[in-house]
Design a binder for this molecule. Structure first.
Ligand code: ZN
Length: 149
């Protein structure tokens, strides 16, 4: 069996090298900027939401490997999903990286995103992993700037 940590590292490196949905949607229905001052991660998220479904999403910016991989995986996870499901995924993701949800023991819909469970053991990286989700939440709430505080 592959060591989950090794798999996690491979996925992070792979998404960092080839981020999915990288760029900017123009026009878009929702957008927000996210900034994590602790690490220096910055990203811009643009979405096209129609009839309560995320039809398209893109991100761009500069960040550490965990931030970029998290944003890349997030965009693949939410594309085509209804907003209620997207918000639930965000809540579950945040709970997981804070160690409040154990994807091995508790029910969840995280799928591949559960790869980030190891981040809970790296407290300085939690904000990097959460930044794309915080930015997504801001964009959907109509706030243009996200904060990881
Ligand atoms: Zn970072």
């Amino acid at each position: 069996m592959t060591d989950p940590r090794e798999l996690y590292q491979q996925v992070i490196l792979e998404h960092n090298k080839k981020p999915r949905n990288f760029g900017r949607l123009e026009p878009c229905t929702h957008r927000a900027d996210g900034h994590n001052p602790l690490c220096g991660d910055r990203l811009e998220l643009t979405l096209w939401v129609k009839d309560g479904v995320v039809e398209d999403v893109k991100f761009q910016g500069q960040g550490c490997a965990i931030d970029v991989a998290s944003a890349s995986l997030m965009t693949t996870a939410i594309k085509g999903k209804p907003l209620a499901e997207v918000e639930r995924l965000g809540e579950q993701f945040r709970a997981m990286v804070r160690g409040e949800l154990d994807p091995g023991r508790q029910p969840h819909d995280l799928g591949k995103l559960s790869m980030f469970q190891g981040v809970k053991d790296l407290p300085v990286r939690v904000k990097c992993a959460v930044l794309p989700w915080a930015t997504l939440h801001s964009a959907l709430q109509g706030e243009a700037i996200a904060s990881t505080e």
